[in-house]
Ligand binder design. Structure first.
Ligand code: MF3
Ligand code: CO
Ligand code: CO
Length: 264
């Protein structure tokens, strides 16, 4: 495992990439309404990234070992879809929940962030799942400081989500990020305090818990990408890219429209 500690210049570039990724979500927010298709959201984001921001949509043709190239520019995961949902002709309807996951490349550096959206009026259960998942991401972020352990993050997220009656997806995790989309370390969203590597200033990684209303087990669809809950229960995810500073953390994927830290 080779964890890259970012220098001052790299951190400055990651701040720019992070803000741009968050601004794509600000841009798309007013379009997330009943009747829109996920491929329309993809097209709008793609054009905004390429033509307005002059960023590269990192998902497009992304092809990790064992995968086929990802065919779109963003991920749109609806209801029981956990992550990596491929935009298509599916129309969003009142009460759906959808995660939009944006990764941009600017000047060679990646910014990766996702938010949940409740389409129209959501049920009480759907709204609570999105809120608890948001809070669980933030409780993970709050653990980040030099000398803390990676396992402290996972422990905090898992305790919070399970205490609310939900389960944590195990197969996908946060990740180091920089010149590469996915770098070391893996940031698990479950685990035990005091385990794993110690955090050091200059590390940059994502925290992106996937929380299921039902059981933790997942399945991959035949498209080779889309992950769904095995029991078809609702699933939610939020993601930020986070820098370890000398005294704590800095969230790099912030922008004007980004929901602020909840009171925990
Ligand atoms: N953005 C996702 C993450 O947070 C990865 C998506 S890979 C894709 O790590 F190819 F599906 F876009
Ligand atoms: Co990520
Ligand atoms: Co992401």
């Amino acid at each position: 495992m080779k964890i890259h500690i970012k220098n001052t210049q790299e951190i400055a570039a990651m701040r720019v990439a992070g803000r741009l990724a968050s601004e794509v979500l600000d841009f798309i927010t007013p379009y997330v309404k009943p009747g829109v298709t996920t491929e329309e959201l993809d097209r709008l984001c793609h054009d905004y990234m390429v033509n307005i921001q002059q960023t590269i949509p990192a998902p497009l043709n992304y092809c990790p070992p064992g995968y086929t190239p990802y065919p779109k520019s963003i991920c749109t995961s609806v209801n029981h879809q956990v992550c990596h949902g491929i935009p298509g002709s599916k129309t969003l309807k009142n009460g759906d929940i959808v995660n939009l996951d944006i990764t941009v490349i600017k000047d060679g550096f990646h910014g990766d962030t996702s938010r949940m959206f409740v389409v129209g009026e959501g049920s009480k259960q759907a709204t609570r799942l999105c809120q608890i998942t948001f809070e669980s991401m933030w409780i993970g972020i709050e653990q980040v400081k030099p000398e803390a352990f990676l396992g402290d993050i996972g422990f905090a997220i898992q305790s919070y989500a399970e205490n609310a009656g939900y389960s944590v997806v195990r197969e996908f995790c946060g990740h180091g990020i920089g010149k590469e989309f996915h770098e070391d370390p893996q940031v698990l969203h479950y685990g035990r305090k005091g385990t794993g590597i110690k955090l050091r200033p200059g590390m940059i990684f994502t925290i992106e818990p996937m929380i299921n209303a039902g059981k933790k087990e997942i399945r991959q669809l035949a498209d080779g990408w889309t992950i769904v809950t095995a029991d078809h229960s609702l699933s939610a995810q939020w993601e930020h890219t986070v820098l370890v500073t000398e005294t704590g953390y800095e969230v790099l994927t912030q922008s004007e429209g980004c929901p602020s830290r909840p009171t925990l």
